[in-house]
Design a protein around this ligand. Sequence first.
Ligand SMILES: *[C@@H]1O[C@H](CO)[C@@H](O)[C@H](O)[C@H]1NC(C)=O
Ligand SMILES: *[C@@H]1O[C@H](CO)[C@@H](O)[C@H](O)[C@H]1NC(C)=O
Ligand SMILES: *[C@@H]1O[C@H](CO)[C@@H](O)[C@H](O)[C@H]1NC(C)=O
Ligand SMILES: *[C@@H]1O[C@H](CO)[C@@H](O)[C@H](O)[C@H]1NC(C)=O
Length: 461
Amino acid sequence: MALHLITILSFISIFQFPSSSSSQTTLQLTLTPINPNPHISSPNPLMQTLNHLASSSLARANHLKNPKHNSSAATSTTPLFPQSYGAYSVSLNFGSPAQTLSFVMDTGSSLVWFPCTKRYTCYGCDFGTGNETNIAKFIPKSSTTAKILGCSNRKCGWVFGSSNPVKCDGKEICPVYMIQYGSGSTSGLLLSETLNFPEGDVNDFIVGCSVISTRQPSGIAGFGRSPASLPAQMGLKKFSYCLVSHKFDNAAVSSKLVLVRNNSDFVSNENKVAGVSYTKFRENPVSSRSAFSEYYYLNLRKLTVGGKTVKIPYGYLTPRSDGNGGTIIDSGTTFTYMDGHVHNLVAKEFERQMSKYKRAVELEKMSGLRPCFNVSSEPEKLPELMFHFKGGGKLSLPPADYFSKVGDFGVICMTLVSSENIGSGQGFGPSIIIGNYQQQNVYLEYDLENGRLGFKKQICK
Ligand SMILES: *[C@@H]1O[C@H](CO)[C@@H](O)[C@H](O)[C@H]1NC(C)=O
Ligand SMILES: *[C@@H]1O[C@H](CO)[C@@H](O)[C@H](O)[C@H]1NC(C)=O
Ligand SMILES: *[C@@H]1O[C@H](CO)[C@@H](O)[C@H](O)[C@H]1NC(C)=O
Ligand SMILES: *[C@@H]1O[C@H](CO)[C@@H](O)[C@H](O)[C@H]1NC(C)=O
């Protein structure tokens, strides 16, 4: 490993936050949509992009539902996703002096890692740059604060699942992690490093220094619910974002990711933000799959299409006693995933209410999305899709979030995907995964202090 350059081991496990006169610090970062695939040169690029996003959303769903297990102590069960197409990225500064790198913002996983050392190798990673050797890398030897994490450090266990403590067997450094993805992976060593913000640095931040990856466009910033995640390590009270529309192009549009740090004993008495509805996060189900403890589960009560309730069995909406089923929200999935039965019910209701339009079956096959309707002859009118949460909060999605135009065909397709096409294990893991396509132009606030999700439909800027 190229990391022999760093010889100091870290046994420090104390956060040092700068003192601040205010009770909390609000940091603003920029969130940028990742260009799905600039190299597609077909007569109908949008079609291929949709098709690609549909299959990558399914691969991601398959992985979140069936996180790979590996009995080796050195292998993580952290769930991650196949490709970062159709995801959103954020820049973070690590090290002294600071090195700036881009990360996929992912609420479905927890580790934060970057491509690391000059020898970083990534297979099948020719995404946005057109040249995989151009992926920005962190160079630990250029940072005076980079330290390899020691094996006896309790943080070493974060990545390997709390159920099996790491066996050091006389080894000094925390073992190599390997994280499996739907169709990719990354592996490397954990570092303790400084995460820099103008408002004050976070010292002893545990970050993965990956030296080998497959199918990763950049590093990943895990925002999940485990101790290794960025929000957990920074002690955030809340974070919020509002995703700008995925226009499948290179437009340099972005929006803000807001991090609210908890850096005093001050008791928060913040009022509700105007117009934001809240729903409590659901306690994570107890399961042998430790990955399920990282996801943000929601109490979804029902779905309505055009005001009509879709009769979804309860076990799909909230986790069953065996830990499977339920609804999560995930920024790293593109199109919302629904188990076959749920997807069928939702699709049927749209078909019933949109029966005046002709079905475009050919395009369903080509795009991997269904149902598709030919709306060229009649003015387009879509039934409202609404998520109803426990506590009464209702989220009515902007129509562009659940139907997409397909090329110049005068056809629109529903952008919710189902497992039927890939025949993956239904019934395992979350039944509904709310992806980032369905989060566009919705303000979302992960209020960690109060264990709830805030949401409000708005135009994101
Ligand atoms: C499990 O981990 C070991 C050691 O890291 C590796 O050789 C093996 O291929 C992994 N198995 C799977 C199924 O990923
Ligand atoms: C990729 O970039 C590297 C360094 O900038 C260059 O040497 C190499 O030729 C490029 N490869 C391709 C396929 O463009
Ligand atoms: C949609 O309908 C119009 C008018 O009926 C027709 O000309 C067009 O070919 C149809 N498009 C597709 C993709 O079937
Ligand atoms: C914020 O800090 C207070 C006091 O130190 C602590 O009790 C509380 O749990 C913290 N909240 C979060 C979300 O970490």
